[in-house]
Design a protein around this ligand. Structure first.
Ligand code: WTA
Length: 653
């Protein structure tokens, strides 16, 4: 386990503003506590009520919550019920005032590119594309690969999959051909939806070329649907590739939603762990959808008239739950943005907030820190008075960034909702209830309804006040993943073995004297780069795949903007010289194997690794050296060769 200590003691407390509290759904601690108590003491009754009030069912469920966290792991919510997610996101909003309301406001990267889809319009497009998918042979239960940037077609494709019961498997647009290939092969997808070119900071991205390189190694992919995002020709393979627009031109906009079982898979999303290749986290239908909606409703206190802007890319879980399924299930207006925070200027987010009157903004600490560095003149030059609530996700938000977000962006009237959760959890597990909890900068505060966290020591004992522990869950909640796609054992081994009988998150946390949770980062070999999870093993295996590399060990180190950077220790093969040229080549190689987000920030060549006599690399030492804490190396007497350490320290990058 990585060192776990409280990074800081932060004593400031901020109460939610009276304006916010006056309108909040949950507006006192008593109300939060009462609902929380009900949700954990009587989960069947609580979730049944929520499912009744918030989802539309074709057939009611038979049982509410069933699970085992020991032996054979299983988790079921609303078994026997039938429903359809696209129906819940679209159809049921059509016979009322939401019919002509904006479901999606899309802002492209070029300033002049924007488009709004009302619920009716989105419904038409989704039904049409659902028919397109059927015409291409996609059936209920099939996996559909999607490699698209943040354009409306991405949302349309997802909802179309859910309409016909196909399982989408989205690959983040920044990933490489190799990463797409691995995911498509693992998911056994036979169709891929992509685009010709994309925009990135004013430049074109050759998305189709990347997809082509992936498909060349995926013999099962028989069809590829190509969105023409940019008016430019791309390579098209006869018999395999078809343009989205050509197929949509003749598609009917009538498509009955498939009646899905509550526990039918909804999507697979790959995520990094401490070992092996990324695993396909599988989420199912009713529990996931209900949970995504409930957390938007309560943690973001969303209103029908709000413009809600989640800046995450839909290629990550935050985009799945909080750009699409949560807000659309509630009939809200979700603004999606194709670009980046600093293009064409560092005030791009604030320009969007001003242009659309954004009320709720959900972004990541890494973006906040980058914007802080660009200077206050950028947000100050824009009208941000529409903002009512600010939220954060992806990594612990450091108090300095929290304070900037709270004062410069929120003008001390918006609650900051720091949401702790994971791909595996489907939705937020720990965050402040915005109209109820006094906030402490840097604390994720308290659990959502029905969520029962516990902090356990390595020996499985409950940690004391302010003592760090493994953040675990005693029981499931409706949004928890149901398995690792194609590998049931891995689900159990990854999450339920370290702390038997519990779901183990892989994060460390401490709980203070007021019962507030403070996240302390990962306790395993996962690093968090700009809020994106990266398994050190993945980067290491990319490095050793290079012809010059004998061994590689990768650790995270503190990085001002990214939160954590990637530090790679590399031992070269006999006779290979460690030049700066080679470093550049290795960085380029990792980018090609995984994607730009995995690029090492620093590479240190070393003749040897600090290993124990049994041959295990002592990562603790590597982490300390990478962090510059060379006088905190601790006991190195168990090393096979302690001179390795002196060499590592002397050549630190
Ligand atoms: C980290 C993203 C502290 C954590 C939703 C977790 C956070 C991993 C927070 C999941 C937060 C996410 N405070 N740490 N508010 N949010 N994390 O699967 O280490 O991409 O385990 O899901 O990000 O990353 P994932």
């Amino acid at each position: 386990m990585a060192e776990m200590k409280s990074m800081m003691v932060e004593n400031r407390v901020f109460n939610p503003s009276p304006e916010f509290v006056a309108k909040a759904r949950v507006n006192s601690l008593e109300q939060y506590k009462e609902m929380y108590k009900r949700s954990v003491e009587n989960p069947n009754e609580f979730w049944a009520q929520m499912a009744e009030e918030n989802l539309t069912w074709f057939k009611k469920w038979e049982t509410v919550e069933e699970y085992s966290f020991t032996d054979d792991i299983y988790i079921r919510y609303f078994a026997g019920g039938k429903l359809n997610v696209s129906y819940n996101c679209l159809d049921r909003h059509l016979d009322g005032p939401r019919k002509n309301k904006a479901a999606i406001i899309w802002q492209g990267e070029p300033l002049e590119d924007s488009k709004t889809y009302t619920y009716q319009q989105l419904h038409n497009e989704v039904c049409k594309f659902a028919n397109v998918l059927k015409s291409q042979g996609v059936k209920r239960g099939d996996r559909v690969g999607i490699y698209l940037p943040m354009i409306p077609e991405l949302v349309i494709a997802m909802l179309a999959c859910t309409r016909i019961g196909a399982i989408h498997c989205i690959v983040f647009g920044g990933f490489s051909a190799e990463a797409i290939r691995d995911r498509m092969l693992d998911a056994k997808a036979e169709i891929l939806i992509t685009n010709n070119f994309g925009y990135r900071s004013g430049k074109f991205l050759g998305s189709k070329d990347v997809a082509d390189a992936a498909m060349a190694q995926c013999p099962d992919i028989k069809k590829c649907i190509v969105v023409k995002r940019v008016d430019k020709e791309c390579n098209m393979v006869e018999g395999r590739d078809v343009y989205w627009d050509d197929l949509m031109a003749t598609a009917s906009n009538k498509c009955e939603p498939e009646a899905m079982d509550s526990e039918d898979p909804l999507f697979i999303l790959y995520t990094s762990g401490s070992t092996g290749k990324p695993k396909g986290a599988m989420h199912t239908t009713a529990g996931y959808h209900l949970y995504a909606m409930m957390t938007v409703k309560y943690f973001f206190d969303i209103r029908d008239e709000d413009v809600y802007f989640c800046t995450a890319d839909i290629g990550w879980v935050t985009g799945h739950s909080y750009c699409v399924y949560g807000p659309l299930g509630l009939g809200a207006t979700s603004l999606i943005f194709e670009g980046v925070p600093n293009y064409p200027a560092p005030d791009r987010f604030w320009q969007i907030v001003e242009k659309y009157g954004v009320n709720i903004l959900y972004t990541a600490p890494t973006a906040i820190r980058a914007m802080m560095k660009d200077g206050d003149q950028w947000p100050k030059g824009r009208d941000l008075s529409s903002l009512r609530l600010l939220a954060s996700v992806g990594e612990p938000i450091n108090p300095e960034a929290w304070m900037w977000y709270y004062t410069v962006i929120g003008k001390e009237k918006c609650p900051i909702v720091d949401t702790w959760w994971q791909t595996e959890t489907g939705g937020h597990l720990i965050a402040p209830m915005p109209g109820a909890h006094p906030m402490k900068p840097g604390s994720a505060v308290n659990p959502f309804f029905g969520v029962v966290p516990v902090l356990l020591t390595a020996e499985g004992k409950e940690a004391g006040v302010n003592e760090g522990g493994h953040l675990c869950m005693k029981k499931p909640w409706p949004g928890i993943m149901r398995g690792v796609y194609g590998d049931p054992n891995r689900f159990k081994e990854t999450y339920f073995v370290q702390q038997p009988g519990h779901y183990f998150s892989g994060d460390g946390a401490r709980k203070d004297e007021d019962g507030y949770y403070w996240l302390l980062g990962r306790v395993d070999d996962v690093i968090n780069v700009s809020g994106h999870r990266m398994g050190t093993a993945e980067v290491e295996s990319a490095l050793v795949a290079h012809a010059t590399v004998a061994e590689a060990a990768v650790v995270g180190f503190p990085h001002d903007i990214k939160g954590e950077g990637i530090y790679a220790y590399v031992t070269l093969k006999e006779g290979v010289e460690g030049t700066d040229e080679l470093k550049k080549e290795l960085v380029a190689h990792v980018r090609k194997e995984i994607g730009p987000i995995a690029s090492p920030d620093k590479i240190q060549f070393t003749p040897g690794m600090p290993k124990t006599r049994s041959g295990k690399i002592m990562r603790r030492i590597l982490r300390k050296i990478a962090a510059g804490a060379v006088d905190e190396l601790g006991d190195t007497s168990t090393l096979a060769d302690s001179t390795v350490v002196d060499n590592l320290v002397a050549n630190r990058q």
